[in-house]
Write a protein that binds this ligand. Structure first.
Ligand SMILES: *[C@@H]1O[C@H](CO)[C@@H](O)[C@H](O)[C@H]1NC(C)=O
Ligand SMILES: *[C@@H]1O[C@H](CO)[C@@H](O)[C@H](O)[C@H]1NC(C)=O
Ligand SMILES: *[C@@H]1O[C@H](CO)[C@@H](O)[C@H](O)[C@H]1NC(C)=O
Length: 350
């Protein structure tokens, strides 16, 4: 059970794309992905099986200590990526803006940006079906948003803004854990497992690239990390496949500028020398219950640690606010090994 703790969150990819005028804040940011970026979309999904963080102790270190739906004690990676680029925090959750009416949605989409990220989301529609907004649906929501923006301010103004906007994508972790769990349950031969993994990469990379192509934009980032050995390998393999796909895609998508970030690599390095980053606990969750506080999610009746900044993990699956801050810093202008071909700062200034 202890092992489970560390796992899960880390193998994600964060992809960011944009073209901002040097020195100026990009005009808007659009966010796609899973729970490491969700700022409240899941609060609006129906059903008891949806993963939600709209209750304490989530948000205990957020302004006014309110639970917002972020799976964190405070801000998450989307917030810190946004802050580094000159925004106050992540753009708001799409479903919080009454998407059926156009007023607040269009204004926010034009002036600031929108987050479509949803806890549990996968690149594949089959991942956590019915309990999340899969990437394909997030892209559809973006299309609907764009149509409303066009109706409001016209296609030229919209295209001018989108060509300089930042797109952040971090997704893939849920697809890999669902797939790994299915493989374990099925007792397949090594040959069959290798074939399944190869098929998984093809499906992930193909649907991932079609999401990017649909947005027909430039500028993004990506990567992952994780703890089960097999999942680490799965994530590393996906990172490699994605890196070469993006490199191949870029020349065919004029205006595409991207940064692919290596969350797996960052996490490995941090866990190898946690004291260098001020951590005293890299295994246990800060909020949870049972062994290492990792046997249940963070509930109001959970045990809460006293030293939240000294924990890598907030709950059994998600990073603490401090870890989110360090990740965003590393990708913005940290060691070159974590981002390719450029870092987030260069992307924002390109
Ligand atoms: C890939 O994306 C397409 C278009 O969004 C979707 O219809 C399809 O179901 C996805 N494939 C998988 C395996 O999820
Ligand atoms: C898994 O498959 C192998 C080879 O077919 C077999 O020997 C083994 O008993 C199976 N294990 C389980 C738990 O079914
Ligand atoms: C804590 O709260 C959760 C959710 O309401 C509940 O499922 C669980 O049984 C509670 N645990 C204890 C020890 O009361």
């Amino acid at each position: 059970m202890g092992n489970l703790l560390l796992c899960l969150v880390l193998y994600v990819q964060v992809l960011v794309g944009t073209v901002a005028a040097a020195g100026a804040r990009p005009p808007a940011m659009y966010v796609f992905g899973s729970s490491i970026l969700d700022v409240g979309n899941n609060n609006y999904l129906p059903g008891g099986a949806v993963g939600r963080a709209n209750r304490r102790y989530n948000g205990i270190d957020f302004p006014a200590s309110i639970p917002t739906g972020r799976f964190s004690n405070g801000y998450n990676i989307a917030d810190y990526v946004a802050k580094n680029m000159g925004f106050a925090c992540s753009p708001p959750a799409y479903l919080s803006l009454a998407p059926d009416s156009s007023g607040p949605l269009v204004h926010t989409a034009v002036a600031y940006g929108i987050s479509y990220a949803s806890g549990g989301a996968g690149i594949l529609d089959s991942t956590n079906t019915g309990n999340t907004i899969p990437l394909s649906k997030q892209v559809q929501y973006f299309g609907a948003t764009k149509a409303k923006m066009v109706a409001a301010i016209g296609p030229c103004a919209v295209n001018a803004r989108l060509s300089r906007a930042i797109f952040v994508i971090a997704i893939g972790n849920n697809d890999m854990s669902v797939s790994a769990a299915a493989e374990r349950a099925q007792n397949k031969s090594a040959t069959d497992r290798r074939r399944d993994v190869a098929t998984l990469y093809v499906n992930l990379v193909s649907n991932y690239s079609s999401a990017i192509t649909v947005q027909c934009t430039a500028r993004v980032l990506s990567p992952m990390g994780e703890c089960w050995h097999s999942l680490n390998q799965l994530a590393a393999g996906f990172n490699d496949a994605l890196r070469s796909r993006l490199a191949g895609l870029a020349p065919r998508l004029p205006g595409l500028v991207y940064s692919l970030a290596d969350l797996l690599g960052f996490t490995r390095d941090t866990l190898a020398d946690p004291w260098a980053s001020g951590y005293t606990d890299i295994v246990g969750a800060c909020c949870g219950s049972g062994r290492l506080s990792g046997e249940a999610e963070c509930f109001p009746n959970s045990t809460l640690c006293a030293d939240r900044d000294q924990h890598v993990f907030w709950d059994r699956v998600h990073f603490s606010q401090r870890t989110a801050f360090l990740i965003a810093q590393a990708f913005y202008d940290g060691p070159a090994k974590y981002t390719t071909p450029i870092n987030f700062m260069q992307l924002a200034q390109s």
